[in-house]
Design a protein around this ligand. Structure first.
Ligand SMILES: C[S@@+](CC[C@H](N)C(=O)[O-])C[C@H]1O[C@@H](n2cnc3c(N)ncnc32)[C@H](O)[C@@H]1O
Length: 263
């Protein structure tokens, strides 16, 4: 039961913690009623929630880039035993802590970058990685780190996509002279944003559909469902033999010894 009963006190706190990206209903107070995407992310969630198990009892969930806590709260509402939300931005974490408090959900929140997930020292049954990839300067590294350190079974992934939605068949190899393949509309493309996109300087790399799917596979995630345009459900598999990009940090002495630093 939440200790926050007074709507005007909630409204005051919501305003003090704003601006919000997540529109969450806190005992009748909407946190971002004028969101440019409408009732976001509820409108998105409604389009893929059927693909997530309705009963998450006994499962652990990690929400990476949890923002105001919308998805973490939904996971807890489905009975997940343990939900951890991480975000690099303390302002959003404060919002998430407040939203969890008002809705009476027991969720752990930490300020942590996706690049530091190894510090959690734990794998989770379900990892949510929604709306973060295109905000990263090193997106494939982030997926590799999630695979290497925190994903046990399922990954729920979402990215903004731009460009075509066609998929070219993926061949095992391409001849050096095969230049045309790169111009196929279904070739994976990660569009680089040098300055801003939508006024946001943290939009760095925006994949087309083929690229979002290829990056997931390349990081060791098998796509099992595609319930919404931008949302993928994946199953963690072994990382591809030739794709492992994450290495344990080499011991300082290995350089002096002339060693490669590898095991
Ligand atoms: C567009 S919002 C997506 C929020 C939420 N996951 C969703 O799908 O609605 C991106 C979130 O990622 C967070 N973020 C950006 N870079 C991050 C990083 N390196 N590690 C963790 N979170 C990050 C931002 O602070 C922000 O809360």
């Amino acid at each position: 039961m939440s200790s926050w009963q007074d709507r005007s006190a909630i409204r005051q706190r919501v305003e003090a913690l704003g601006p919000w990206f997540h529109n969450i209903d806190l005992a009748g107070v909407a946190t971002a009623p004028a969101h440019f995407l409408g009732d976001y992310p509820a409108v998105k969630w409604r389009r893929f929630e059927h693909a997530i198990a309705p009963d998450l009892t006994g499962r652990s969930v990690l929400d990476i880039g949890c923002n105001g806590g919308f998805y973490a709260i939904e996971m807890k509402r489905r009975g997940a035993t343990r939900v951890v939300g991480i975000d690099s931005d303390e302002r959003y974490l404060e919002q998430a802590r407040f939203a969890a408090q008002v809705t009476g959900q027991d969720i752990e929140f930490h300020r942590l970058s996706v690049y530091d997930v190894a510090r959690l020292g734990e794998r989770f049954d379900i990892v949510l990685f929604m709306g973060v990839l295109y905000h990263l300067r090193h997106p494939l590294l982030a997926l590799d780190l999630i695979h290497e350190h925190v994903a046990r079974d399922k990954l729920v992934f979402q990215s903004m996509q731009r460009g075509g939605t066609e998929l070219a068949p993926v061949q095992a190899d391409y001849a050096f002279e095969d230049i045309a393949a790169f111009d196929h509309p279904g070739w994976p493309k990660l569009h680089f944003v040098e300055r801003r996109y939508a006024g946001d300087p943290t939009n760095w790399w925006v994949p087309n559909r083929a690229c979002a799917e290829a990056m997931l596979r390349a990081a060791g995630f098998e796509i099992t469902a595609h319930p919404e345009e931008e949302v993928y459900l994946c199953h963690r598999t072994a990382a591809p033999d030739d794709g492992a990009a994450v290495y344990p940090a080499a011991a300082a002495s290995s350089l002096k010894d002339g060693g490669s630093g590898g095991p």
